[in-house]
Design a binder for this molecule. Structure first.
Ligand SMILES: [Zn+2]
Length: 345
């Protein structure tokens, strides 16, 4: 008999990624299939695109629909309730209130002609599930993941491999907790954050979205820097910093060192709450295709050094702070893994 598989569908606004795991959690292929989400054509078109994408993924890997024992769907939050979109940035306004769980489940069941288990969850949390499975190996170590990109994705994965979702599905939105940046010499008005909170969110000090504000702050010490006089937009200037830092530009290096220190404080904060044995750091700063080994090592070293004095003594000796390895695959794989874990409950 053909082996069972669990499908992961990771839907973003523009593209959806498809992958699968075997019934022991092994990844079927690291070659991700990526197709347009078709969100501009409405709800029915999206569902049709997902079913077609799963079919194409199966065909490419010589798999059959009859092998599919469950499906996971990874979607951006926030949600009205389980499987129902709330007003979500980057998705059409008409998607608010859409019960994507019911519509996808019905379409899958129509396709296979019998019941099909479906789980739906937060994309960042599912990314954490996949990275956690690799980071912890055969142990039951708990894992927190921090993924600074345009925003700051956070996840906590428990000893059973499942993410902390929270009662309103907003668990581990730690990027929007207050960062104690006064410890790093930054006083004055807290940076603003896209979420609207005024207490100086971690996200504002650790991600691309907050970089323009950090650049203004740090340029005070570099009045003659090229970027102090450049006519480029704040966003363009922010985008140039990662390359500049890797070329040794002292201003850019100082900016990422600062971001790493704030991440270190966040690691320490999370350790007081979660006591996770492993912290996985992902996102664009850990991308091996666009950053040098030296850049990534420096960033991780500063995180470790900053966190250490704030940890409890047993944590200091045992905590592992390591880079993510799956990149853009993680959320689709995590969705498939959660579908598999739930099938065994
Ligand atoms: Zn915020």
């Amino acid at each position: 008999m053909n082996r069972k598989i669990f499908i992961g569908t990771d839907s973003g606004a523009t593209t959806t990624k498809f992958c699968a795991v075997w019934d022991n959690g092994e990844i079927v292929t690291h070659k991700v299939l990526q197709r347009s989400t078709s969100s501009e054509n409405g709800r029915a078109a999206v569902i049709q695109a997902w079913i077609a994408g799963v079919g194409e993924f199966l065909a490419q890997n010589n798999l059959q629909w009859e092998q599919v024992a469950g499906v996971g769907l990874s979607i951006p939050g926030p949600y009205e309730r389980y499987g129902v979109f709330s007003k979500t940035p980057n998705l059409p306004a008409s998607f608010a209130g859409w019960d994507v769980y019911t519509d996808y489940k019905n379409a899958l069941e129509k396709q296979v002609g019998h019941a099909m288990p479906l789980i739906v969850g937060n994309d960042g949390n599912f990314g954490g599930v996949a990275e956690a499975q690799i980071a912890r190996g055969k142990t039951r170590t708990t894992v927190a993941m921090l993924m600074p990109g345009s925003g700051l994705g956070c996840a906590f994965v428990d000893a059973n491999g499942l993410p902390l979702d929270g009662d309103t599905l907003a668990g581990l939105e730690t990027g929007h907790a207050a960062a104690p940046v006064h410890l790093l010499g930054l006083t004055g008005k807290p940076f603003s954050c896209g979420c609207g909170r005024d207490w100086g969110c971690y996200e504002a000090y650790t991600t691309l979205s907050g970089l323009p504000q950090l650049l203004v702050e740090k340029l005070k010490n570099y009045p003659d820097h090229e970027l102090a006089k450049s006519p480029a937009t704040p966003k363009e200037k922010a985008f140039s910093l990662r390359t500049r830092a890797q070329q040794g530009d002292p201003l850019a290096v100082e900016i990422f060192d600062f971001q790493a220190r704030v991440m270190g404080l966040l690691v320490a904060n999370l350790s007081m709450t979660l006591d996770a044995g492993i912290m996985v750091i992902g996102g664009g700063l850990m991308d091996t295709e666009v950053t040098t080994d030296a850049f990534r090592e420096r960033y991780l070293r500063i995180i470790r050094e900053t966190a250490k004095p704030y940890l409890w003594p047993p944590q200091r000796d045992t905590i592992k702070i390591i880079p993510a390895v799956l990149g853009e695959l993680s959320q689709a794989i995590g969705a498939a893994l959660v579908a598999m874990y739930q099938s065994k409950k």
